[in-house]
Design a protein around this ligand. Structure first.
Ligand SMILES: Cc1cc2nc3c(=O)[nH]c(=O)nc-3n(C[C@H](O)[C@H](O)[C@H](O)COP(=O)(O)OP(=O)(O)OC[C@H]3O[C@@H](n4cnc5c(N)ncnc54)[C@H](O)[C@@H]3O)c2cc1C
Length: 286
């Protein structure tokens, strides 16, 4: 049942400074409201627990895509539509563009933000595996200062993150080092569009002198958090890409992920699909 709307408060401070002031008050009583595409679903279902929201949609400091020699920095309010349209992202970070293209429908892509996808922390979200495989870093800002967090250490448990209630995610930084890299992204869902992932797989890698190099693998919907698979990566790094290596990697991936059966899929299906996608990625790398 829809929540009782008058019991909620939404304020729109005119500046970033005033927004951070509000977030620092009342011990976490206020939460950011970006595109609202996750929050409004909870409101409609009568399951939105927090009552006080700060609209951040108009904060210019959280917008824009900046490109330097070493990094691409995306403001937290970057929408999926903006991701897809950006030429440097298309060329160097195609998995992020594909994730954006396969997220929701056009209305969601126009309104949903990358920052909201990250902080909503759904294990089934589609951008996080791509961001993990691209070794993203997060810029967090609060009244007391700024800090950077490796995205691989941001998710600590189901919906638990390395972010304080007084902090905003300001931006997502992607290192530019895509020369010779292969990119492999697959979202497996019930339909081609408007489906929540059963498994989401993102990986990059390259072959140097016959050996696997620079490999990074991340999965969604197979653990309580979007998961970077460090042990599987370690088993592949420096190895010849042959059936023995593939078999070892599959054993390690089986141990690293912890898929469950739920309304969308079963544990066995998720495990089998994850292994198939790993094998497909490695065969394409070869
Ligand atoms: C019909 C529909 C289809 C969808 N399809 C997909 C899909 O295919 N794949 C997918 O991954 N998701 C999907 N989603 C989920 C949603 O659209 C995305 O997660 C979206 O990116 C959320 O962004 P937002 O700006 O709307 O977040 P909001 O709803 O505004 O916020 C989400 C959470 O993040 C917090 N937050 C937002 N921005 C910040 C910030 N800068 N700093 C700190 N905290 C912040 C909020 O407080 C809130 O807890 C879908 C949703 C709907 C309704």
């Amino acid at each position: 049942m829809r929540a009782y709307v008058p019991s909620y408060r939404l304020i729109s401070p005119p500046s970033l400074g005033e927004t951070l002031d509000v977030l620092s008050q009342d011990n976490g009583a206020w939460k950011p409201f970006a595109g609202g595409t996750d929050l409004m679903v909870l409101l409609e279902a009568g399951k939105l627990p927090h009552k006080n929201y700060v609209n951040i949609w108009n904060l210019e400091e959280l917008r824009g895509i900046e490109v330097t020699d070493s990094h691409v920095t995306l403001g937290a309010l970057t929408t999926y539509t903006e991701v897809q349209a950006h030429p440097v992202l298309q060329k160097e970070f195609p998995m992020l563009c594909q994730a954006a293209r396969e997220t929701g429908g056009i209305a969601i892509q126009n309104r949903g933000t990358l920052g909201g996808n990250v902080v909503n922390a759904s294990p089934a979200a589609d951008s996080p595996p791509a961001l993990l495989a691209y070794d993203a870093e997060l810029e967090l800002i609060s009244k007391t200062g700024e800090r950077r967090v490796a995205y691989s250490s941001f998710h600590r448990g189901y919906k638990q993150m390395d972010i304080r209630p007084d902090e905003l995610l300001r931006a997502i930084r992607l290192p530019r080092n895509s020369n010779g890299i292969s990119h492999y992204y697959r979202k497996v869902g019930t339909r081609k569009a408007q489906a929540i992932s059963k498994v989401c797989f993102a990986a990059i890698g390259q072959t140097q002198n016959g050996q696997i190099a620079n490999v990074r693998i991340a999965l969604g919907s197979v653990a309580p958090i979007p998961l970077r698979c460090a042990k599987t990566e370690a088993a592949l790094l420096g190895q010849i890409n042959n059936p023995v290596t593939v078999s070892k990697a599959k054993t390690l991936l089986t141990a690293e992920i912890s898929p469950i059966s739920d309304i969308r899929s079963t544990r066995d299906y998720r495990l089998q699909v994850s292994l198939n996608l790993l094998e497909d990625f490695l065969s394409q790398l070869a």
